[in-house]
Design a protein around this ligand. Structure first.
Ligand SMILES: [Zn+2]
Length: 451
């Protein structure tokens, strides 16, 4: 065989073949999930329970961490008869995963796991093991959810995504081939600054994406710039907002700037897509045929009783199973069914990070969500960041734009005082602009109390 052909085969044909096969497997899972979404809620619950039962038996047989833990508790899989029983099992945290890393791997999968690194931003990175089937199913669930926004495999899609560093040139070359084959283009939001926003706008015009997918922070940043400069860009069919809480005022801004509908999605690195909006925008449909999603009651007081800490069980990863994993987010359950008729239940909204809850000395707790609601209605506020470093002190940085006055500041002080009481001092600082974090995300409220 000619050397050049071998090279070409190894570099081009084989990767293309492999991804083709993987794509077929993903498509076949996708067909299953597409069918599931129309099942009645009771049928979906039964399907979820059957999968959970099978996974629990597998964990008891094969995963040392759970076997040891359940034996200590005197529990066998037979004792877990419904989701209420299941909800009494201990939570799994990132600290547990780090400490019991090897014991979380299933015996029969230990030597043939795939790995993915998670969580560089909120602590030490952790390599999580998963099986190929679990990966293909995650992809399929993601395609189903993105599909509700009109996204399809092979449809022109632009990703406004944060990426740290550049991959080595070989990987870059392979990525480019892969992206071209799948009709997608990656644009790194990590490099965004006031000075180069015109290039990002131009990238949208050049690529003419049908679907635009991005981090909320990066999309908002670009949308603000487009509106401020009166710049119209190519109009996609839909914008998919990922990786951060999407507030109503941000959604309005994105829709105005890109001239199309925005869709909210919710996921995390450990399990990928958890929930996403359909065409009715009535909340986010939870992928309960792929995950168990619980909203656990916290030990602090929250005003809305439907709000809780997100606890996830990945039903398809038999390699390194995550049972009742508390991913650090808070969310609020929906109250009604979606008019679309899908049986997948609804999340009303995501409330941000558990760590970013603002607390007061007299025991009150407010989700981070409260502050954007308050501040987006104040005249002349173009951005803000709230940091709690001490229980009795808040530091608020406000980006002021046109129309900001002493009255705006008085109003902010009055409203925060009303919500949080007398026990907390508020220090305000006025600036012209608040930079994005390194990955292109925004963090609106940050609590450093428990870190
Ligand atoms: Zn729906």
């Amino acid at each position: 065989m000619h050397d050049w052909y071998e090279q070409a085969f190894r570099r081009v044909l084989y990767p293309a073949y492999e991804s083709g096969l993987r794509r077929r497997r993903t498509l076949s899972w996708l067909a299953d999930y597409e069918r599931n979404q129309w099942l009645a809620p009771e049928q979906l619950a039964a399907l979820q329970w059957a999968q959970l039962k099978r996974l629990l038996e597998h964990c008891y047989r094969e995963v040392p961490y759970y076997r040891t833990q359940w034996r200590a508790l005197g529990v066998t899989p037979d004792d877990i008869r419904n989701l209420d029983d299941y909800a009494r099992l201990p939570l799994l945290t990132r600290a547990d995963m780090r400490e019991h890393y090897e014991a979380l791997k299933a015996d029969s999968w230990r030597d043939r796991l795939l790995y993915k690194v998670t969580g560089g931003t909120t602590g030490e990175p952790l390599r999580l093991g998963y099986t190929r089937e679990s990966n293909d199913r995650r992809q399929a669930v993601m395609w189903r959810g993105y599909g509700w926004a009109g996204s399809r495999m092979g449809r022109r899609t632009m990703y406004l995504w944060g990426a740290l560093g550049q991959p080595p040139w070989k990987q870059r070359w392979k990525d480019r081939l892969f992206n071209a084959a799948f009709a997608r283009r990656m644009v790194n939001s990590f490099h965004m600054s006031e000075a180069n926003m015109a290039e990002y706008a131009q990238a949208v015009d050049d690529y003419r994406p049908t679907i635009l997918v991005g981090y909320v922070g990066a999309l908002v940043r670009l949308a603000e710039w487009l509106v401020d400069h009166g710049r119209r860009v190519f109009r996609p069919q839909a914008v998919l907002c990922c990786a951060e809480v999407l507030h109503d005022f941000q959604r309005e801004l994105i829709e105005r700037a890109f001239g199309c509908v925005a869709y909210n999605t919710y996921g995390c690195r450990e399990v990928m897509l958890i929930a996403s909006e359909c065409e009715h925008h009535h909340g986010l449909h939870m992928n309960i045929d792929h995950l168990v999603i619980e909203l656990a009651k916290p030990d602090y007081h929250l005003a809305n009783e439907r709000t809780g800490e997100v606890v996830i069980t990945d039903l398809s990863n038999y390699g390194m199973p995550l049972l009742r994993y508390a991913n650090g987010d808070m969310a609020t359950a929906g109250t009604s069914r979606c008019p679309c008729g899908r049986g997948l239940p609804l999340l009303s909204h995501v409330d941000g990070r558990v760590l970013d809850i603002i607390r007061t000395p007299d025991g009150r707790a407010l989700p981070g969500e409260f502050f954007p609601y308050l501040l987006c209605h104040v005249e002349g506020v173009t951005g803000f960041q709230l940091v709690q470093r001490r229980l009795d002190r808040l530091d608020l940085t406000v980006a002021r734009g046109k129309g900001f006055s002493d009255d705006s500041l008085t109003h902010i002080r009055h409203e925060i005082h009303k919500a949080l009481g007398d026990g907390i001092e508020l220090h305000c600082q006025l600036v012209d602009d608040i930079p994005l974090t390194r990955s292109g995300k925004t963090r609106l409220t940050i609590s450093e109390l428990s870190s």
